[in-house]
Structures are given as structure tokens and as C-alpha cells.
Design a protein around this ligand. Structure first.
Ligand code: SAM
Length: 270
């Protein structure tokens, strides 16, 4: 398409449109995803088809979810369009579980995500975790670091705990800003999230894990004795072998699960 026309309609900042423009990175991403014709693949935000086109060279069918109707109009002009099943929809409202039932197969989700929704989208996808085979996403470096962070690091927080509870997470590629148009202000990382087959952590109810981590990280600088005082007395923290003088970032995922389970049992007893 004529670059002048392209620039007239795109990119839309509100949809986080930073398009991939380096073929060698694109090929690398496809290689890392390693799609198979038998699998159900879903792309979030096909945009100008940087990943969609090479994917369609491998697959017979690709499901795409795109919010921008102008981009869908452009996709329609492409030869590979016949291979696409298109949802003109917000990926944050898509029913991934319904798709699983339709395909009768776990789904693989990928995309160069719009950075403004990437965290909420990942949290939303965890609600559909049972129907997901894996997820491969281009993310802002800081989000990738939060996803993979260990206790004691500055990036460790709610997202690290919830994400690592559900998935094993690997950073696959570092991608510098000049590989996108327009050039973003941030660095990016391509990340794989694979749901655990056997969960390394046990919680009775993940909502309690969410509640405890939310409280603990509301103010990272507070020590647990203060930040968790509405949920746990100091004596209970000590009983659970958790030092009440530590900060939220010093507690392991296992310990957060212990706290969540304690609360769950306490509430059940009432
Ligand atoms: N895949 C293309 C690429 O790599 O060049 C485009 C990636 S661009 C970073 C993000 C894409 O997601 C855009 O096409 C944008 O319109 C789309 N998008 C933004 N918000 C969305 C949403 N909530 N649901 C679905 N698609 C969305």
C-alpha cells in the first residue's frame, strides 16, 4: 500500500499500533512459535499482517482478532485473506473458551500486543487458561521483566506471582525499538507463556491469592505487618513462618499461596 495513504490512517496511538518492520525479526518470531498445520492458532491484532502473512504460508487457517476496522479493510485485499477467520472485536472481550469447544482443541495465542492493554489482556487470558496450549507475545520489556521476576527484584510483584502461578515463562527474544514503525520509546521482548501441566503451587482458590498479593503490593515500601494487618495478625504471619518485618517483594510465591490458603480456610470455618 502507498506509504502516504498508510500514514494518513495509521498508526493509531489508542490501539498501540507499532508495526513490526524487520523481516529477520519476523522470521525469528515465526520460528520460535513453531506453528503446526494441525493446531488452532489465534493472532491478537494482526495489524498490517507482519506476522499474519508468514503464518498463513504455513497454516491452512488462522483466527485473527482485530479492533481496528480500517486494518481489517486492508487485510481483505490480501491473497491470504481466504485463510483467515476474522473477529472484528476487542481481544479483551473474546470468548477463548467458546473457541476451544468449537475446535475441540487447546488453542495457541500469539501477537505483537498493543502495549497499553498487554497486562490486562494477559490477566484476562488467565481466566481461560484451561483451554490454552501456549501464548507467545511481544511485550514491553518492563512487562516481560515483571512476568519473569523472582523475589527480591524490583520487578517482582502481583503480575509475577499470578503469572508464574499459572505458567512457565521464558523470554525468547530481545527486540530493539527500530524494528517497529513508528519507533516506540520502549524496548520489547518476545515471551512464551506455557500453562503448567502440573501446578507447582497449590491454592484452594486463586481469588484469595489475588486478594493477598493485591494488599501486600498496594504499598511496596510498607512491611508486611502493616500492609497485611487487615488480613493477618503478626502472630499468624510468624506461625506461617513469614517474617512480618519483610516487604512484599521478599516473599516467595509459595509463601503467598500459604497466606491465600490460610485465609481461605479461615473464611470457610465462619
Ligand atoms: N501484528 C502487527 C505487527 O506485528 O506489526 C500489529 C501489532 S500492533 C502492536 C497491535 C495491533 O493490535 C494493532 O493492529 C491494533 O489495531 C490491534 N489492537 C489494539 N487493541 C486491540 C484490542 N483491544 N483487541 C484486538 N486488537 C487490538
Amino acid at each position: 500500500m502507498n506509504i502516504k495513504i498508510l500514514k494518513k490512517y495509521f498508526p493509531l496511538k489508542r490501539y498501540g499500533q507499532n508495526f513490526l518492520i524487520n523481516n529477520s525479526i519476523i522470521n525469528n518470531i515465526i520460528e520460535k512459535i513453531n506453528p503446526n498445520i494441525e493446531q488452532t492458532l489465534v493472532e491478537i491484532g494482526p495489524g498490517l499482517a507482519a506476522l499474519t502473512k508468514p503464518m498463513c504460508q504455513i497454516l491452512e487457517e488462522l483466527i485473527v482478532i482485530e479492533i481496528d476496522s480500517n486494518l481489517l479493510f486492508l487485510l481483505k485485499q490480501e491473497l491470504f485473506y481466504s485463510k483467515l477467520i476474522v473477529f472484528f472485536q476487542d481481544a479483551l472481550t473474546f470468548d477463548y473458551t467458546k473457541l476451544f469447544y468449537k475446535k475441540n482443541q487447546l488453542i495457541r495465542i500469539f501477537g505483537n500486543l498493543p502495549y497499553n492493554i498487554s497486562t490486562s489482556l494477559i490477566l484476562f487470558l488467565f481466566k481461560h487458561i484451561a483451554v490454552i496450549k501456549d501464548m507467545n507475545f511481544m511485550l514491553q520489556k518492563e512487562v516481560a521483566e515483571r512476568l519473569t521476576a523472582s523475589p527480591g527484584s524490583k520487578s517482582y510483584g502481583r503480575l509475577s506471582i499470578i503469572a508464574q502461578y499459572y505458567c512457565s515463562i521464558k523470554i525468547l527474544l530481545n527486540v530493539t525499538p527500530e524494528n517497529f514503525w513508528p519507533v516506540p520509546k520502549v524496548h520489547s521482548m518476545f515471551v512464551n507463556l506455557t500453562p503448567h501441566h502440573h501446578y507447582p503451587y497449590f491454592v484452594y482458590d486463586v481469588n484469595f491469592l489475588s486478594l493477598v498479593t493485591n494488599k501486600a503490593f498496594q504499598n511496596r515500601r510498607k512491611i508486611l505487618r502493616h500492609s497485611l494487618k487487615d488480613l493477618f495478625s503478626e502472630i499468624i504471619l510468624i506461625k506461617l513462618d513469614i517474617n512480618p518485618r519483610l516487604r512484599a517483594e521478599n516473599i516467595s510465591i509459595f509463601q503467598y499461596c500459604q497466606l491465600a490458603n490460610y485465609l481461605y480456610k479461615k473464611i470457610l470455618k465462619k
